[in-house]
Design a protein around this ligand. Sequence first.
Ligand SMILES: Cc1cc2nc3c(=O)[nH]c(=O)nc-3n(C[C@H](O)[C@H](O)[C@H](O)COP(=O)(O)OP(=O)(O)OC[C@H]3O[C@@H](n4cnc5c(N)ncnc54)[C@H](O)[C@@H]3O)c2cc1C
Length: 377
Amino acid sequence: MTADYDAIVIGGGLLGATAALFLARGGMRVALFERGPLCREASGTNAGTLTMQMTRVALIPFALEGHAMWQSARDWLGHDVGMVTCDGLSLAFTEQEADLLSDRAAKRRAAGAPITLLSPAEAQKVEPGVSPDILLAGHCPVDGFTEAYSTGKAFRVALLQAGVAVREHTPVDRVEHEDAGYSVVSDGKAMARARRLVLAGGVWIEPMLAWLGVRLPIKTLINQLAITERVAPIMRSVVGIASGLLSLKQYPNGTVLIGGGWQGIGNRAEGGYALSPEALIGNVRLACHAIPALRGARLVRAWAGLEAETDDALPAVGPVPGHADAYVCGSVHSGYTSGLAIARHLAAGILGEGAGPELFPIDRLLRQSAPNPTRET
Ligand SMILES: Cc1cc2nc3c(=O)[nH]c(=O)nc-3n(C[C@H](O)[C@H](O)[C@H](O)COP(=O)(O)OP(=O)(O)OC[C@H]3O[C@@H](n4cnc5c(N)ncnc54)[C@H](O)[C@@H]3O)c2cc1C
């Protein structure tokens, strides 16, 4: 029998899980469909960095709010996902990087992020392990990281307690738009119906929107990460680099996570992806350049995850044009930082609260809109 709900969310990553949670807490009967376990794609494989310096300028207010939500997660989610609050440093080794860093810091400061520029000596006071070769560092006291792999565990408990019908391991084949709303089909069977629909499929929002005949091109980034064995304390902040190609932090258990968006090999449409050894070596070299004490550590594991990017690198969050009460929620760059706040605002908008659901309307990105919108850096 097809079950009836007020809202159906498809995609149980961070964005879908957050939207479902706040819709349910707002009084709606909600079903959440996830084809695997909750938060095991981008939302469970990411580097867990909560960063202002690598967040798009337009997302800074959401990133600040998201950071505060992660800090208080024990209160509203029931689990702190291993949140560590610490300083964040973004390094410049060349004049060109120093110019880039100064420009990026000024724009983000204007948007509300408390970023200042430090001399090498000042940066070494914040992070004694940092390379003496730096020319300049951006410093943000609002930074930190979580253990992203435990995100699903935290959300599962909170969603069930909020009364959400959590349907894990239930891939949705398609959605049918009927007069009364939306009907979700899985394994050839109509599983659920609701007046409202939220598509939160990460890199798969493109095929999800195609169910409704909407064409939104999504580029898939294959971000690589690597982790070391446990080593003695060698760093105490999150360290990045002006170009964005580094993200480095040491967990309380001594392991060091090395990332920065170095790209693996593969393709979402064809399925499957693999690590690029060359990219891994480049990423590790850069990490050892930034924190020289890392040179003695051995890598124990490397993996990749898929991150979505629109043509202008800004999110796709808002109503689906031509489909009443259908919404998309995805493609948020550094979305582990700002995604909580963005999805909570979308849920509020759907509930008729706050500024409404038009956060980052997708009309600008659809095929009939102007090609190649300006990208934000
Ligand atoms: C390796 C990596 C490192 C990153 N590091 C950081 C970082 O340090 N800091 C930061 O802020 N951000 C980081 N990000 C970005 C961040 O992880 C993402 O922005 C965020 O997790 C996206 O959440 P999401 O819910 O949109 O997507 P996802 O977590 O991918 O969730 C989408 C879900 O939809 C499900 N789905 C797809 N199709 C169907 C279907 N047909 N039926 C049912 N379910 C379906 C998928 O199984 C998936 O669980 C990183 C990303 C990656 C990949």
